[in-house]
Design a protein. Sequence first.
Length: 252
Amino acid sequence: MPSKEYTTTELKSLLGILSIIIIWSAINDHAVKWLVQSMWVLVGVPILLLSFSRFKFTPLTYRLIFIHACILLVGAHYTYQLTPPGLWVKDFFELERNHFDRLGHLAQGFVPAMIVREILIRRSPLIAGKWLFFIVLCVCMAISVWYEFLEWIAALAGPQHITVEAQKLLSLAQQAPNAIEAAKINGQAQQLIAEATKAKYLAQQGDVWDTQWDMFMAMVGSLSSQFLFARVQDRQLTRYALHPKSNLQQAG
């Protein structure tokens, strides 16, 4: 099958639409949180643009990246707890929490799987087959683990100022002139500690299994992506002559 010329018309359209969505997403009342949650888009898009002349992904991969970026920007605009689509689903099914972040973690496995798979096919000795499937899954799970580490650090850092104030109050309680005053100050400290604990818990939207669910969704996304789109990606790699032909041989 003769190779097809790689055109950038669709990519320019996607970039234009994404630019508009970024501007819309940035209009909110939580600038710092938005910057953190949209960081992957703000960093990733320039990297893709700068590397385009040296490494062009398949149209399929760019489309998936665009969808993932939209999910991240919607979540960053509203915050994941208050994203309207998630609230609609929550109310309709009478759920306890907004599950829009689950969609984000599904995409976190779904889209990187195609990115990692394409890079490995084109830049490593690996060929399409069982080992490639397994390694792509492992890389996606590693990405998910590192993201959970970042969320964990953010959850610990968020209420840090509250716990510092609580420690100061506990020190004052030890120096109190009488037991009644000490009990009063100690009660204030315990209230601050409770607020810090609640803040960390709410960072998980009240779900003690939030980390496990996030990683599970990333795993499901990675598996689903490879089952659904691996052959589509292979066909596009051949059609646009983007890699050595031998790398598309099917292994065992």
